[in-house]
Design a protein around this ligand. Sequence first.
Ligand SMILES: C[S@@+](CC[C@H](N)C(=O)[O-])C[C@H]1O[C@@H](n2cnc3c(N)ncnc32)[C@H](O)[C@@H]1O
Length: 212
Amino acid sequence: MPLLPTGMRRRFVRAYWELRWKQDDPGGPWLDRDVSADIVQAVDGGWFAAGSPAIDVGCGRGDVAAWLASRGFPTVGVDIAPSAIALARKTHGEVPGQLEFVAADVCAEPLPDRRFGVFIDRGCFHQLDTRDRESFARNVAIAAAPGARFLLFVKAFRDGVPIGDPDERDRRTREVEDVFAGSFTIDRIRETHLDRFATLPGLVFWMTRRGE
Ligand SMILES: C[S@@+](CC[C@H](N)C(=O)[O-])C[C@H]1O[C@@H](n2cnc3c(N)ncnc32)[C@H](O)[C@@H]1O
């Protein structure tokens, strides 16, 4: 991303995603995925406290948000692109207090004014400009109840780095720690894929909000 002033950069990002989500086919290999195994395990295993208010950050079409709502988590999906939010509403509908979708830039605007116990980010944080990461983490931390759980999916092992490479794992872990260490502890790290073809490898950070 060129060295644009912050406001201009964020408007550019919004315009980019808005344009993508306006297409009939937004064209990402990350679309049409199943709900990731880590999310299912966090729900089924009780790592996400049953019934906690949940938020899916960078929710896109809202499939994960809708799934969480169907499993009893009152869920809000947030996305920078109003056209993604319109598509999520059209695809899944909205039920106030159970499943809602909100257009917002998580780096620039506060999250909905409530305390969430469950956070999902599958593909948002890792594509942010590094200059926007601190404000992203701050807005997430403000909205997180003490002990809130966060599944953060980030890309890893690309560019010829073999899956499982310990240096890559350390590098990605440092990137996440640099931004979230003040507000979240990392409980475990697992390998994953971030697309429907299982060709885009990544890591999932299972994190818990520090007490206040
Ligand atoms: C790779 S897509 C993943 C979509 C969805 N999470 C999924 O798993 O299918 C990244 C999403 O993050 C959204 N996004 C990017 N920057 C954002 C920001 N600053 N605030 C909120 N959403 C953002 C994009 O519009 C896009 O929908």
